[in-house]
Design a protein around this ligand. Sequence first.
Ligand code: NAD
Length: 418
Amino acid sequence: MATYNPYENMLHILDKAAEVLGYEKKDYEFVRYPERELTVSIPIVMDNGDIQVFSGYRVHHNTARGAAKGGIRFHPESDENEVKALAAWMTIKNAIGNIPYGGAKGGIKVDPRKLSERELQRLTRAYVRRIFPIIGVDQDVPAPDVNTNGQIMAWIADEYAALSGTWQPGIVTGKPLSIGGSLGRNEATGRGLTYTLETWCEKNNLKINELTMLVQGFGNVGSVGALLMHRKGVKITTIGDINGTWQNPNGLDIEAMYIYANSHGRSLKGYTEEGATMIPDSELFAQKVDVIFAAAMENQINENTMKKVQARLILEGANGPTTEEADNYFEEKGIEVLPDVMSNVGGVVGSYFEWVQNRTGYYWTEEEYNEKLKKKMNQGYEDVWAMKEKYHVTYRLACYMLALQRVVEAQKTRGFLG
Ligand code: NAD
């Protein structure tokens, strides 16, 4: 298999979107390049006294529409290309959500499971010191991503306060409630995905409670999304996480799995259920279900796995789970893909709501938050739908076209240097 470069993948779709819109290269070339890429080395003292140096990244892809915004992930395979692609997807996503942000992403190449809590805190704080010059409430606002959580966001906010001399909760989102987090934020991505699936059902005259589903990934996005969809009546027969794949043809007990994962560090390791069996991980995508809910990592549905798919819909909860090759294959086969940049936008819309509350100092109820989230999700879907219908393109291409239009318009209005 050719080396997978997610940034190249993003560029191919962007170029295609520009072509359908009739743009010339000069109209949009600036979007093909990240505005700023920072690579940092982060030395920290380990608990045993050794010094270990980690690599970290923060990329601002485009800020035409507002401050850079995007999560930070801690992962052993994190690298420049991955972070660059993730930052670009944030530009697209924030434009589709129509929120006043550009796109950014950050990462540290580390397996956080191998660090103690104190080491993790030292690493997080040292990373903030390294990226301090390019973050700020109106400059770049980080958030959680894979293997980062509210506690890590709290350390980021605290370190930023120490460095700047002011407590600015809006410097980072996804914080715990006790320090300016928002009711509803934790569930926002999974809830948004549920709204997206509901709208897709409406567009296809289907009933959500008649759908069957398999889920890959049972972390923040996968577990909350699966729980809320299960509560809407979706029958989830198969779930895979990093520890294995569980199957119950009568429907897994999602409430029990949710409680188990959340009391075992978001892991299903050791979970058992009457009527459920473990199947090989390689069989996950081959299950005969209506919907694949991909909520683990990028590059999971690729040339090796795509031909196994029997579902009629891929709901992307993760960022970039479907490779370009698989996307093209699904288009040929008539399998629809609800792309990440539209369907998981609830996470960043939820972050935006938290940032708005931080900046106004006025906090909303969970009902207000969810109601506003629903409106934003529905509006995003309808805007993409209008583009898709007008140009007869896939959801993904329609997303890129809509976002490109919005980014180009903002940049043109602001003017170009030179
Ligand atoms: P998480 O760390 O909470 O969960 C990741 C899950 O994926 C875990 O259950 C893990 O076991 C599983 N997983 C990892 N590798 C796997 C593999 N090879 N096979 C099967 N399962 C595997 O992360 P998260 O916050 O839920 O994020 C998941 C995805 O969603 C990422 O792509 C992230 O960028 C994206 N995302 C997250 C948010 C958010 O608000 N957290 C918002 C938008 C997009």
